[in-house]
Design a protein around this ligand. Structure first.
Ligand code: PGA
Length: 254
């Protein structure tokens, strides 16, 4: 049995002031201090405006810090962008890449995401690479092919269990309150692991954590987190409420 330590990751998206970040992180740090910090890993991914601020709060506590995106280049003339080495310099350990909101809002292609992932590796950030089908693709029975294509296109060579986490986020489940059914989630997660095994080898595939994201809430987390190929969650809305985010983390199977 491979030990994949569950990762409970909060994607704050474009939400949060410094005062709100203070309140949320303070509550999470208090809760983490009362728990066996080894049962799961907890990560917050604030907007980039708050990364430096949150970095000072989390310091060397068990709460980890991630960003929501990075540019593919190390530095240069890219107004408004932030590079992976800059995030690492702030104290980020992780970066979310290829979220469907970025694929849609910013036209990010698999090629862009692959380049960003390589850049994250160079900066020693762990890349959380997001995959997921639209509702139309699911209705047309294309889900598994879409996911295989995103794996082929978005992941560079050289991925390991140490530098990459996959997040399966069906686009139709994000922010809708309509999470995928457990059997749909397990089917796609097992498929992702098979695709990883054929390209990167069985050991790599067995070690890589695959998160589910899309309306994960305290009410459905226990069922989703108990699925054999679900190794944690990427949580949007519920990660902004400390009690809800904590309740999800506490749903990780003992
Ligand atoms: P949600 O978002 O939990 O609000 O559905 C998940 C995500 O987009 O990462």
């Amino acid at each position: 049995m491979v030990d994949r330590r569950p990762l409970i990751a909060g994607n704050w998206k474009m939400n949060g002031t410094r005062a709100e970040a203070d309140a949320l992180c303070t509550a999470l740090l208090e809760k983490l201090a009362t728990r066996d910090a080894h049962r799961f890993e907890m990560l917050v991914c604030p907007p980039s405006t708050l990364c430096a601020h949150v970095a000072l709060m989390v310091g060397d506590t068990p709460l980890r810090l991630g960003a929501q995106d990075c540019h593919a280049r190390e530095k240069g003339s890219h107004t408004g962008d932030i590079s992976a080495p800059m995030l690492a310099d702030l104290g980020c350990d992780y970066v979310i890449l290829g979220h469907s909101e970025r694929r849609t809002d910013h036209g990010e292609s698999d090629d862009h995401i692959r380049a960003k992932t390589e850049s994250a590796f160079s900066a020693r950030l762990v890349a959380i690479v997001c995959l997921g089908e639209t509702e139309t693709e699911r209705d047309e029975g294309k889900t598994l092919n879409v996911i295989a294509g995103q794996i082929a296109g978005s992941l560079p060579d050289g991925i390991t269990a140490g530098n990459t986490v996959i997040a399966y986020e069906p686009v139709w489940a994000i922010g809708t309150g309509r999470a995928a059914a457990p059997e749909e989630v397990q089917e796609v997660h097992a498929h992702i692991r098979d695709c990883l095994a054929s390209r990167f080898g069985e050991d790599c595939a067995q070690g890589i954590r695959i998160l589910y994201g899309g309306s994960m809430k305290p009410a459905n987390a226990r069922t989703l987190l108990a699925l054999p190929d679900v190794d944690g969650g990427l949580i949007g809305g519920a990660s902004l409420i400390a009690d809800d985010f904590w309740a999800i983390a506490e749903s990780v199977p003992e």
